[in-house]
Design a protein. Structure first.
Length: 423
């Protein structure tokens, strides 16, 4: 049983506002939150003076590589990395082996989660068998065991298949979460088709490869009434399409990632830690994403945490595997780059890391009486330099290595139990 906790005098983010309050946790549940509470005699008292206290972060898009590639990440190392970054709930993508395309294959992943996770790890099911785009999975049989359905890592290419998937998801009350990428427009590209690409002789990925498939899916979503979530948007056109669809009543939510909000092609280096899919786009795209986050078009910030081995990320922009890690740097880089510079408010950042993703997927949990005590305490005054050697993740490839940032996670609590504490 979790110890009782009394978190005293923190700057608490609750109901969209920041206020100085105490929090009482009993048997893993938030039993009270408010000013000037009295600590029970048996509670561990945590002095949160000077700390930010929030409900635990939620990431709708991580890759924990297990089952299939434990040399890149495991449920144990991935969930430890998440706790290190202040996350108490993450949703694990289905590009695994075996692909979670049946109840039996989901059970393989769930057994590893049950054994190794220190936080909530919620698995995705794939949209198609083997993520190959050919046959639809049995949504009805799988929906009770997964958080949503996605073929992440590859877009569903056939219009007819996505229509069938959305029709079935609507019937079953499920969410389709789409990696939007039109393969016919890729042409062997691996970074954004922009200035850097042209100047350095690389092959580019055009923005249309993303937004064109979003445009198609939004039309299908309007037709079917499906709950539709767009993964890792990176272009200005994607933001505007989703903004207009929301205004017209389409049931769409979306996410972007910290690197798209803070970096663009101008920061590219000939290093695999700058290679991910979708790629870093133009400065105009970055500005559109920040505006979309500020006005609520973008519901959630998700890291797309995608670890690879050091060797797989050592082959430069052309030869390295797609993907970077992000769980352990998300809050400090966003707080430093967006909040401290006045681009967005701290409240908006916290909303996009906590309530926004949970609302998008209908997940329970917020900082209120009776809720599970999933909390993160952050020292927003702490300045330090990001060093990937300190990561709990097996993956070390991040474009933020060496950045000086503010905002360090001091403690992460899952159902009243401390799952990470800074030394």
């Amino acid at each position: 049983m979790a110890a009782n906790l009394f978190i005293k005098g923190g700057r608490v983010f609750r109901n969209g506002e920041l206020r100085r309050e105490d929090i009482l946790v009993e048997d893993g549940i938030i039993s009270a939150a408010g000013p000037s509470l009295t600590a029970p005699a048996d509670a561990e008292i945590i002095d949160a003076e000077g700390l930010l206290v929030s409900y635990g972060f939620c990431d709708l898009h991580v890759h924990f590589r297990e089952p299939g590639n434990p040399e890149k990440e495991t449920i144990r190392t991935g969930s430890a990395a998440a706790a290190h970054g202040g996350y108490t709930t993450v949703c694990a993508m289905p590009n695994l082996s075996p692909v979670p395309d049946s109840p039996e294959h989901l059970a393989v992943e769930q057994a590893l989660i049950d054994e190794g996770a220190c936080i909530d790890v919620l698995p995705y099911g794939s949209i198609t068998e083997g993520r190959k785009g050919g046959e639809l999975v049995d949504f009805a049989a799988m929906k009770g065991s997964c958080v949503a359905f996605s073929d992440d890592g590859s877009g569903v290419q056939a219009d007819s298949m996505m229509l069938r998937a959305m029709e079935e998801a609507a019937r079953q009350g499920c969410i389709i979460a789409a990696h939007c990428e039109d393969n016919s427009l890729l042409n062997g590209g691996y970074i954004h088709d922009g200035r850097y690409c042209a100047a350095h002789g690389h092959r580019g990925i055009c923005s249309e490869s993303e937004w064109r498939q979003i445009e198609r899916d939004l039309e299908l979503c309007a037709e079917t009434g499906c709950r539709y979530h767009v993964c890792h948007i990176s272009t200005k056109e994607s933001v505007e399409l989703i903004r207009k669809a929301k205004a017209s009543g389409v049931r769409v939510t979306c996410e972007t990632a910290p690197h798209y909000l803070l970096l663009c092609e101008d920061e590219l280096q000939e290093d695999g830690r700058f290679k991910m899919n979708p790629p870093l786009r133009s400065a105009d795209d970055r500005e559109a994403l920040i505006a979309g986050l500020a006005d609520g078009t973008i519901d959630a910030i998700a890291t797309d945490h995608a670890p690879h081995t050091a060797e797989q990320k050592s082959r430069g922009l052309e030869g390295s595997a797609m993907g970077i890690v992000g769980l352990e740097t998300a809050f400090p880089v966003l707080y430093t780059g967006l909040v401290c510079t006045g681009r967005i408010s701290l409240e908006r950042l916290l909303e996009a890391l906590t309530d926004g993703p949970r609302k998008a997927f209908g997940l329970q949990g917020r900082l209120e009486q009776g809720a599970a005590a999933d909390l993160v305490l952050i020292d927003t005054g702490k300045t330090y330099r990001i060093d990937s050697r300190d990561f709990f993740s097996k993956g070390k490839a991040t474009p933020f290595d060496g950045w000086e940032v503010r905002g360090k996670v001091a403690r992460t609590v899952k159902r009243g139990k401390t799952v990470y504490k800074a030394e």
